[in-house]
Design a protein around this ligand. Structure first.
Ligand SMILES: *[C@@H]1O[C@H](CO)[C@@H](O)[C@H](O)[C@H]1NC(C)=O
Ligand SMILES: *[C@@H]1O[C@H](CO)[C@@H](O)[C@H](O)[C@H]1NC(C)=O
Ligand SMILES: *[C@@H]1O[C@H](CO)[C@@H](O)[C@H](O)[C@H]1NC(C)=O
Length: 273
């Protein structure tokens, strides 16, 4: 964030140092429309005057605090007004120039996704809108209860902690479970991360990419063990979810501890990212 702010600042500063005020006139026309005339044709070619560039430059200027001497405090000079003008809402722990853009994008996507499904729009768009509606339909979700998730778990081969004495370890084959997870559309990155990607050595080729497991909690926490507060919270969460899904609490406490210990071992053999 700081690096990008700084880069934008440096660009603006270079523009500034050419003292644009003497070369450009901005005249208000109707409402928000401005006409910018460059007096020097060479400068005009070098400076981007598209609406996007102008809006961005205006943001950079807005976030700067020109009252501060950059030689005294460079950060205050480039970002001072951003700090003064930005409120962090209660539901967020931070706000950055990127999170503002990202939030705006989310709002726009939400408006688009809530529009009625058109028969002539591409299938992925129709499916996205359907999925969103299904997720937002609380009445339907409440009526369904655990029925859907239980059916999915059965299709995946069953969740041992829910199966209880019905669980047959001998019938479990982790490779088969990977096939099933992929077929139903879930991630298969639990033991080994598997994907098809672009070959970084030759971008015209696709390669099979095998990587370490994708863990439920970051490696640096998991390797601290169960005494760690965050690992403890993760464990309680695992148990609570299993119980909500219908597991016996004592069984959940016992079996999910074993499962967490296995995940800790996976974390222990993982590379630090
Ligand atoms: C929720 O789902 C039910 C059952 O499919 C449907 O009748 C109802 O119209 C849906 N409600 C909304 C708000 O989409
Ligand atoms: C990259 O891969 C393509 C397709 O396999 C091949 O034709 C090409 O020669 C490769 N390029 C290099 C630089 O290896
Ligand atoms: C992680 O590995 C180290 C070295 O092999 C071992 O000493 C340690 O006990 C392991 N920790 C866990 C949580 O398995």
């Amino acid at each position: 964030m700081y690096a990008a702010n700084l880069l934008l600042f440096v660009i603006t500063y270079i523009l500034n140092s050419n003292s644009y005020s003497s070369q450009f006139n901005a005249e208000p026309l109707l409402g928000n429309t401005y006409v910018i005339t460059a007096h020097d044709n060479v400068e005009e070619q070098k400076i981007c005057l598209s609406p996007g560039c102008i809006h961005t430059a205006s943001k950079v200027l807005e976030y700067m605090d020109p009252e501060v001497d950059p030689c005294d405090d460079f950060y205050e000079f480039t970002c001072g007004n951003f700090l003064k003008k930005t409120n962090i809402p209660d539901d967020k722990s931070s706000v950055t120039s990127f999170s503002i853009i990202s939030d705006m994008l989310q709002e726009q996507l939400r408006t688009m996704i809530e529009e009625p499904i058109q028969d002539n729009e591409p299938k992925p768009f129709q499916l996205t809108k359907k999925l969103y509606r299904a997720c937002m339909n609380k009445t339907l979700i409440e009526n369904e209860g655990l029925r859907t998730i239980h059916a999915i778990l059965q299709e995946l081969g069953g969740w041992p902690v829910l199966e209880g004495p019905m669980w047959s370890e001998a019938d479990f084959d982790w490779r088969q479970s990977v096939y099933r997870f992929r077929k139903v559309g879930y991630s298969v990155d639990y033991f080994i991360d598997f994907s098809v990607g672009v070959d970084v050595k030759n971008s015209t080729k696709r390669i099979i990419d095998l990587d370490q497991a994708s863990l439920g909690l970051r490696r640096e926490f998991l390797t601290k063990g169960l005494d760690d507060k965050i690992v403890g919270a993760y464990y309680n969460y695992m148990v609570d979810i299993a119980v909500l899904f219908g597991a016996d609490r004592d069984r959940a406490v016992r079996e999910l501890r074993e499962s967490l210990e296995f995940e800790m071992k996976l974390a222990n053999v993982s590379k630090i990212r």
